[in-house]
Design a protein around this ligand. Structure first.
Ligand code: ATP
Length: 327
């Protein structure tokens, strides 16, 4: 048998060596201290090609600091970062040519039109003008951004964010690092951008993003990293997080032609519990007494519930470490 990341078995002439893919980003033991304040502490992280990793945490948890370290804009106090197989400390400019970074707030040259603004950045990327015009047209179309010759200073917040995303994508980077791409946007525009990120993943991009909207994170991310006071307390797939930290709740809805000591919901009775044994007991009762089963539902904790519980409980946070550090 050939194992991922291992040499082929010696008894086969034709065995092929299959190596584990090199992660697009690998951070080992990174920390960032500002004088005696620890913004990020001893963080290990790996992100695979084509993956979307969401980083969540309270205000000041260290999300922006991590994203800036991963782009090379902030130098870690300790630890190492490899991006696309290269050490960021030594190959910063090569890495930047394959990386698109969207900061939390993007400065604009307010007296330029959107196209002039994007042409300006394409020149910084040394893109030929014809190619840049084509790319800008494609991006504005995909992002549904029709600025009609408006200056960037005249754009709405949503239009500005889309223009900034277009700038991040101009040079067709392999890796995208996005700091709150949809902050401050209305629900529709916000969801449009989240859906657009899913399309970019389908095109093979690797995406690391931070966001406060946990529904969006749950919707698009392959894995979620939860930060608390600069420490990574959980990093795993949503399924694994739900299984380990989510409270699976069961709900039975049934009808009975007799008064019962169960919660009523219209004509029905409802029973909820996280205990499978209890649920089985009530189900048996429904069956034995000939009551009509209307519905049996399993409700899983949404990320928001899990996140709030982790933030509010030291005990849960400590046990959550066991969920799994990184890949
Ligand atoms: P938010 O959700 O509010 O954007 P965040 O999780 O992105 O927060 P960071 O911006 O990474 O948090 O900041 C983490 C901590 O590091 C904060 O306490 C912040 O004040 C501190 N910090 C960040 N940059 C600096 C700096 N240049 N000098 C001193 N402290 C800093």
């Amino acid at each position: 048998m050939t194992r991922l990341g291992s040499p082929a078995a010696p008894d086969s002439d034709t065995a092929v060596v299959v190596r584990a893919p090199v992660p697009v980003v690998r951070a080992g033991g990174i920390s960032k201290h500002y004088r005696d304040f620890m913004a990020v502490g001893d963080l290990d992280l790996e992100v695979a090609e084509g993956e979307i990793l969401g980083i969540i945490g309270h205000n000041g948890a260290g999300k922006t600091t991590i994203l800036k370290m991963l782009t090379g804009l902030v130098t870690p106090t300790a630890g190492t970062i490899e991006s696309m197989g290269l050490d960021i400390a030594r190959h910063g400019s090569r890495i930047k040519s394959c990386l698109g970074y969207l900061p939390e707030e993007s400065p604009f040259y307010e007296n330029m039109t959107v196209v002039e603004y994007l042409m300006f950045f394409s020149a910084l990327y040394r893109m030929p003008a014809d190619l840049a015009r084509q790319r800008i047209g494609d991006l504005l179309f995909a992002l549904k951004l029709s600025a009609n010759g408006k200056l960037t200073g005249e754009l709405s917040k949503g239009m500005k964010r889309k223009a900034a995303i277009a700038r991040t994508l101009l040079h067709d980077p392999k890796l995208l690092i996005l700091d709150e791409p949809n902050s401050g946007l209305d629900p529709l525009t916000s969801f449009f951008i989240i859906d657009y990120l899913r399309d970019l993943k389908k095109q093979g991009k690797t995406i690391i993003l931070s966001a406060h909207n946990l529904f969006h994170i749950e919707y698009i991310c392959d894995r979620v990293a939860i930060l608390k006071e600069g420490r990574l307390i959980v990093c795993n797939s949503m399924d694994a997080i739900r299984q380990t930290l989510g409270e699976r709740q069961y709900e039975i809805t049934f009808q009975a032609n007799e008064p019962l000591d169960f919660e009523r919901s219209g004509d029905n009775y409802v029973f909820r519990s996280a205990d499978v044994g209890e649920m089985a007991g009530v189900l048996r009762q429904v069956s034995d007494r000939g009551w009509d089963l209307v519905d049996l539902a399993i409700r899983q904790s949404a990320l928001e519930e899990i996140y709030l519980r982790l933030m509010n409980s030291d005990a849960v946070a400590a046990s959550a470490v066991a969920v799994g550090g990184d890949r």
